[in-house]
Design a protein around this ligand. Structure first.
Ligand SMILES: [Zn+2]
Length: 263
């Protein structure tokens, strides 16, 4: 790898989705050209796992997680915890459990969401794997869950993916040991709280991601997002923190490698 291009890790993407079906190879050419040297593919429910696995076979820089998203509670079955456990133990490229969490923006079924969240957090702790946390309009509830686990000595490590909270909430998750991952929404002009968080977050505790195909950063807003666009997230954070592009790329890469077993 040349020293000219900074190495960047896209710590959260979903290129298994059908809108990448026709051009995944070209998408990979572009992320390689942009300096993306490793990617973490997130999983929203177990039936995706074989397809994600074959994407990891195709692209050697790909690692993945296994888990059930809070908006996919209907995919949770009595055997799901053991399905996830087996998938995680079967393949060394599974580096996290998730994405899991709470979403009270699009749904109000908090107790259902909690009922699939807790077994996944236990599994992650048992397997000593970090978690990828989706948390939307639910910081208070999520903090309650983690605080209790932390008091009981069984809270997994992890990342708050696609961070969209405020600085006060961020500090609470940092205090519990979580990393903060910034996505395309940090590039949005009016995202004042997220800008504040990206400025304040300790240099050892942030990651970058695209959440492809969602949330395209400026200047691609409204279009399909793809891993190469993670460079715009790095660019924006470097502008906010007054640090160089390569410093932000390097720090976020180091942090992602520290949290997940990534190449
Ligand atoms: Zn996601």
């Amino acid at each position: 790898m040349s020293d000219q291009i900074s190495s960047i890790i896209d710590s959260h993407c979903h290129i298994v989705f059908s809108n990448f079906e026709d051009d995944r190879e070209k998408v990979a050419d572009r992320w390689r050209a942009a300096g993306v040297t490793a990617l973490l593919h997130a999983c929203v429910e177990p039936s995706e796992i074989p397809a994600i696995k074959s994407i990891a076979d195709q692209f050697e820089e790909m690692r993945y997680s296994v888990g059930v998203h809070p908006l996919d509670v209907h995919h949770w079955k009595p055997e799901t915890k053991s399905v996830l456990e087996k998938a995680a133990l079967d393949d060394r490229r599974v580096v996290a459990i998730g994405e899991l969490g709470l979403d009270l923006f699009k749904a109000k079924n908090l107790s259902d969401q909690l009922s699939i969240l807790l077994p996944q957090l236990n599994l992650a702790f048992e397997l000593n794997l970090p978690v990828i946390v989706h948390c939307r309009d639910a910081a208070k509830e999520m903090l309650e869950v983690f605080s209790k686990l932390s008091r009981d000595g069984c809270c997994p490590r992890g990342v708050m993916h696609c961070w969209s909270g405020n600085a006060k909430q961020m500090r609470a998750f940092l205090d519990l040991g979580f990393y903060i991952s910034f996505s395309g929404n940090v590039t949005f002009k009016n995202a004042i709280d997220i800008h504040e968080c990206a400025t304040e977050v300790p240099s050892t505790r942030f990651l970058v991601e695209t959440d492809s195909p969602f949330l395209s950063p400026v200047p691609h807003r409204g279009k399909r997002n793809e891993p190469s666009f993670v460079k715009h997230v790095v660019e924006k954070i470097s502008e906010l923190r007054g640090e160089s592009f390569s410093e932000i790329a390097e720090k976020s890469t180091q942090n992602a490698r520290e949290l997940f077993a990534l190449p």
